[in-house]
Design a protein around this ligand. Structure first.
Ligand code: SF4
Length: 187
């Protein structure tokens, strides 16, 4: 987004989430990266700090990304499908997702990523229009608008499981992110 678009996004009141947010949470990372990671919506910490994925889920995500060799500030651009926090961390409603889509589309146009990682079912539904269990959807490449897309578990789901469980959600997500990194290294 250019500075004028950023200002418009920060002032956006296009859906009711504007009434309860502290900050519009737009992005972090490198806008010139080849990889864009899209999550669901900001949580409490993200709302307070104005940055996506900076709470417990975000730290989990950062750890896994670093485990497979990504440099966070250089290798990816991170955002959410919805830029304002839904009260009580509920899932964004369909109307909120569609109201916020213009900002996500601007981010996609600006970053123009070769590869997109979709973290969680809401991001998968927002971009691919697919509904289904993440256990089925994760870990399989698909394409969307000539870009490679990899769905992964949302890191908040990982927090409900032990990081030490062999073959559990943490291992599977590390495997999926390693697959993404390998593919980017080949391109
Ligand atoms: S969630 Fe998106 S559409 Fe709704 S007020 Fe925030 S920026 Fe605007």
């Amino acid at each position: 987004m250019d500075p004028e678009q950023l200002k418009q996004c920060r002032d956006c009141t296009a859906c009711p989430l504007a009434d309860t947010r502290q900050n519009v949470v737009i992005s972090r990372g490198n806008p010139e990266a080849r990889l864009m990671l899209i999550g669901e919506a900001p949580g409490a910490k993200e709302d307070a700090l104005g940055q996506p994925f900076v709470g417990r889920s975000g730290k989990t995500l950062d750890r896994l990304l670093q485990d497979v060799g990504f440099q966070l500030d250089r290798d990816l651009y991170i955002c959410n499908a919805v830029k304002c926090r839904p009260p009580g961390n509920r899932r964004p409603k369909r109307g909120e997702l569609s109201a916020c889509r213009r900002w996500l589309d601007l981010q996609l146009a600006q970053v123009d990523p070769q590869v997109i990682v979709l973290a969680g079912a809401t991001a998968v539904e927002a971009i691919l229009g697919l509904k289904g269990g993440m256990t089925m959807l994760r870990g399989t490449w698909t394409t969307w608008q000539n870009r490679l897309v990899m769905p992964i578990f949302h890191p908040s789901y990982l927090l409900r499981h032990s990081p030490d469980a062999k073959g559990g959600p943490w291992d599977l997500t590390r495997h999926d992110l390693a697959t993404v990194r390998r593919r980017l290294c080949e391109r």
